[in-house]
Write a protein that binds this ligand. Sequence first.
Ligand code: PAF
Length: 280
Amino acid sequence: MKVVHTIEDLRDHLRGQLRVSFVPTMGNLHEGHMALMKLARQHGDPVVASIFVNRLQFGPNEDFDRYPRTLQNDIEKLERERDVYVLFAPDERELYPEPQSYRVQPPQELGDILEGECRPGFFGGVSTVVLKLFSCVQPRVAVFGKKDYQQLMVVRNMCRQFQLPVEILAHETVRNPDGLALSSRNMYLQPTERAEAPRLYAALQSVQQHLQRGECDIEQLEQQACAELNGRGWQVDYVAVRRRRDLHKPGRDEVAAGEPLVVLAAAKLGATRLIDNLEL
Ligand code: PAF
């Protein structure tokens, strides 16, 4: 695997390649990321991965400074798996050589709800860096995980509206055997919090079971799930049942008519904020 830190070196290695498959990450790679690399490999050649902790998508009180940076370990993992041909690991000066005054602004109705409401500016930061990375790598295909469900939708919509020639592929969320979705932020959890963490997914499954039994009062189901988690010491930001196609609230009649839905949740356990979702 070639490890490159500049856009110039990246382009040198990719010259003439028309079937580049790309996996953008912020590093601290786990099995979830490795699954994205495998999917990328099935859909293109060569595979390019990037590792860049993108300051633009962190709020002022978020974990940008303590976000785990484990480049050497990440390189070793990627080399063992042999799916990736080029790892692009730019530093801040390479990707943001001047203040990023041109930004991608996702539409309010998608970018300012759920995660976007809790983390103002988050999806603008994500979209801007993804557009920049796409422009550096020029992939034909790019792979994102479904754990970041809203991010996946924002990126898909951005590609559609800007008519970017990139096909976005989604990979199912990879979970620990106890249900906890893999995430770089799981490493912040204290042992007792780690034992409690699978409850977030359990809460989503419980919403699913109620809906399967024909209970259509979505707000009540959301409130029940929040109350249960809050009662166990979580600080819930949201548990929300939404339409898969646009993440808007479904009407009762839509629920009854079988509109495809997803339930999404975000909650803090101690100092660690976790997100998860389940397609219903
Ligand atoms: O999902 C992530 O790790 C990041 O949001 C991404 C897509 C790499 C952009 O920084």
